[in-house]
Design a binder for this molecule. Sequence first.
Ligand code: SF4
Length: 359
Amino acid sequence: MEQKNNIKSYSLSELQQIMKEMGEPKYRAGQIRRWLYNDRASSFETMSNLGSKLRTVLSSRYSIPSCKTAEQQHEFPADTIDGTTKYLVSLHDDMEVETVLIPSVDRNTVCVSSQVGCPLRCTFCATGYMGFSRNLNAAEIVEQVYLAGGKNPARDISNVVFMGMGEPLLNIPNVLEAVDILSDKRFDFSIPQRKITISTVGLVDGIDHIARSGLKTRLAISLHAATQKKREQLIPVSKEHTLERLHKSLTGYTDNTGEPVTLVYMLLEGINDTSGDARRLAKYSRSFLCKINLIDYNSIVNMDFKHVNSEKQDKFIEILVDAGLQVTVRRSHGASINAACGQLALSEKKAVPSARYHS
Ligand code: SF4
């Protein structure tokens, strides 16, 4: 029997092309997209505003697979309503990614994955040690939000961050298509773009692309060091995407969008935590619109990194604040279930090999 193609693997413009080739008007593509992503239809038969002939042809050529939750882990016992929840999400080809729901007093944030694994191998990140399998399509990104939101994402989910497995700017077309679906004002869940954050280790071409795109999403950069040598040791791809070039991209981004970028800086004992490091970070950051988000290191099995004590942390913050920078300190969520930053690695299934930082 002929293999059916996954209808959700097509972008809106590709669906429009398919409709054109079938002799249908362009707006049918929008109708199908609404059935798939707003009504979450699992068969073409339910798409009542499409003609019966079109439904039959679509059913014979295309399938409508959906992602499923294979497992979930709560930070606190399952009968409590707060606490981080990590979902193991099974994709249509049985590959898996992790998704994290982080509830707080005023928002519910879903941290989504954009790739199965990641090719960039940052030394502090468990995902990097998994290797890379493939990019997620837009539907697989969107459905992580559905799964974490339960029956009613419109009520439950207020924010989405692309901080799960993978580097979103290596998968720009699908990430942008997912943002377009999640923020579609005609759909029930309609998450405003300003509540969607794309996080990157600083791939400059992707940042330049977003700066020009007119998107209203927020941008977060995993900076982690303000000297080229230290940054290369933590984030190998920064050899090509240098601090100097990144500075130019971030200046362009903030000039174009008028929005600040968030510079995420993970404090690592003995590596990037001195007063000198804080001063270099202040110098790097003060010429463009930004805020600094300091985060704690979340331990990963077999890795040598250590988190920084509160005295050193306070000194670091003081230097940044004295330099006039806006600083927030993010409390770690989900560390006890390996759901915090840098810990996502299908950890029950794949052990992270022994890793060392070479200074
Ligand atoms: S930090 Fe991000 S870019 Fe680096 S290896 Fe992990 S998932 Fe990939």
